[in-house]
Structures are given as structure tokens and as C-alpha cells.
Design a protein around this ligand. Sequence first.
Ligand code: GMT
Length: 380
Amino acid sequence: MARNNLKIGIVCYPTFGGSGVIATELGSALANNGHEVHFITSSQPVKLNVFEKNIFFHEVVLNPYPLFQHQPFEVALTSKIVEVVKYEKLDLLHVHYAIPHASAAYLAKQILNEQGIKIPYITTLHGTDITLVGKEPEFEPTISFAINQSDIVTSVSESLKKDTYNHFNVSKEIQVVPNFVCVAKFNNKESDCKKAVFAPEGERILMHISNFRKVKRIQDIIKIHARVNKEIATRLILIGDGPERSSMERLAREQNVEDSTYFLGKIKETEKALCSADVYLMTSETESFGVSALEAMAAGVPVISSNTGGIPEVNEHGKTGFLSDVGDVDDMAKNLLKLLKDEALYNQISLNAFQKAKRFNISNILPLYERLYKDLLLKL
Ligand code: GMT
């Protein structure tokens, strides 16, 4: 294998969360570019196609033992990283989401060092590892340490970089490498779009995709739909699943919009859904970036969002959509009505959203990571 083609270990969550999706798509793009990519995860990442050339998957297996109240996942992950680095002769590790991946990578690096094997690791901070879970006292000292010990640290937005310095005892330089989208996949007008199934009378389709956690404030989305639907016929499509789903179904009934709200559950190919959307809603309490909003923009869909965290780095007020304070349902509904009632404005914002998404096209971001990998090897 030529030195330009690296052997890369990717550690990430295999689930539908944004960090796992970004890690999987980055791995696929790297493999497509000739690198050999080894995913080390607790199960096969949902978006991973193991039949692609240069892609390998190593499962972290945990066997139950009666003594354990909780399975020691981090120990199993560390041992699996050691095994894969050693036998697959990896050049570097790229860990996504600090908890517990950065600390497992740190420990694996020390173990391998004892055996004369040098393995550098790059940690990418994604969001809740910093803004919600990570800063809890139960995690903070370990996370600060593992971030500082990383050979390179990146964050997915300027906002997340600031949050990291504010919440953690981190002295390490953090480089911002924004999240990305494959524009060609989302801008596919030929795709088999099911708009008529949900909006047979030409109703306008509002859409949201997430893991239905509290932080997403899906209650705001349902309330916005309930208000706007009184003036313009709208249909709300909610994609994903998670802890808030049942209470949100209840809220849709309380707001009398259960017949115009569709809960579709988890969908792998979001491009097949977003081609039906007229407007994308993201009302999160906190959001380090908002990949699903970027995907919507790549499909030419304007975004109505809160103005928190890294969202303004993606969605620009009055240009690619509209932003309001967190929880300001009145303002969000007002902006949505303005957008839906003015065709010229809608078309301009849709075009701007698409143009902005192109800046985050994977072809622009992949070289940034490849450059960092080369820098990483120079540190050995
Ligand atoms: O909250 C999620 O959507 C999942 C979470 C994750 O780490 O899996 O997403 C975070 O990382 C994404 C990819 O970098 C970002 O686009 C999301 O904004 C971020 N979520 C939050 O900050 C709440």
C-alpha cells in the first residue's frame, strides 16, 4: 500500500446520532479515496455498507458476567482497539465523540507504546459529549484529560470549540473542521419522492429528523405546526425515534394535529424523505452543528431554527432560513408563515440554502481531514 493510502481506525457510535453518521460517511469517503478504513464499534454502524472496497468492521463484544452490574465497555473497547491496531497495522485512530472513545484511545495508545507500537489519535468533538453529558462532574476530569492527551483535536463548529474551552480544563489547540454533506445525494431531483402520499392536495410539508431527545424540543415543532396549519394547510413529518416519541404523539393529539402529523420512525436514507420537504424545522435547546439542517439545505429546503450553538454557522437568518430564540414558538411560526406565503422569498431562500450547503460539500471537507492525518503521522 502506497504511503498516501493510510490505514485508519474509526471509533464511533454505531447509532443514528449525528456523530455516528458523520463518522460513517467520513469513513466511506476515505475508503473511496483509497484508504483502508477499520470501524471499531459496538455494532455495525447503521449507515455502513460493508460491501464497499477498503471497509472493515470490528465489533466490540461484551460477554455478560454475573458480578458486573454494568458491563465494562471502555475496557472491552480499549482491548479491541489494541488488537485491531496491532494485527491490522493501523497508522492512526480517529475517534468521534469524546466519551468514552477519547479515553479508550488514550489507554490503547499507552498499552501499544509498551509493546513498541506507536499509534497517534485524533479526537473529534461532536456536541453533547461537551455541551450536555461530558461536562457533568462524573465525566469532566477524564474528558479534559483525554482531550488534552489527543494528538490532534477537532470540533465540528466554532461554537463547540468555544464551549469546550468554557466547560473543560482544556489547553490543547482545537481545530474546527465543520461537518459535511454529500450534496449530489440530496440534490437528486430524480429520486423516488413520495410527496403526494403525505400531501395529496398540495399541502406544504414541514419536516424534522432527530433522535427524539429532550434537547431537540420537538414540542415546539408540533406547536408551530398547529399554529401555521390554521392559516395554511401543512403536514408535519417527523422522522426518527427516541425517548420523547410517545409524549410528542400525545401532544399532537392535544393540539388537534394528530391527523396532519406523521411519525415515520427511523429512516436510513434521509435524502429520500427530504426531497418531499418544503421547510425543515430544528428547534433544539442546544445544537453544536445540526447535520440534518445541512442535509435539508443540500436538498434546497429552507430552515426555520433556533439560534443556539453552531446552528447559525449553518443556517443564516434571512438568507438560508430564519432563526429565533430557543422556545420562541411565536416568532418561528411567524417566520414560517412569511416563507410559505411569499413564493419569490421562498424560492430565493431555497436557492441560497442550496448554495450555502455546497460550501460544506464532502469534497471540500475530506481533504481537511486527510491533511490532519498527514500532520498526525509527522508527530510520531
Ligand atoms: O444530538 C444528536 O443529534 C446526536 C449527536 C451525536 O453526537 O451523535 O449530535 C451531535 O453531533 C452532530 C454531528 O457532529 C451535530 O450535528 C449535532 O448538532 C450534535 N448534537 C447536539 O449538539 C445536540
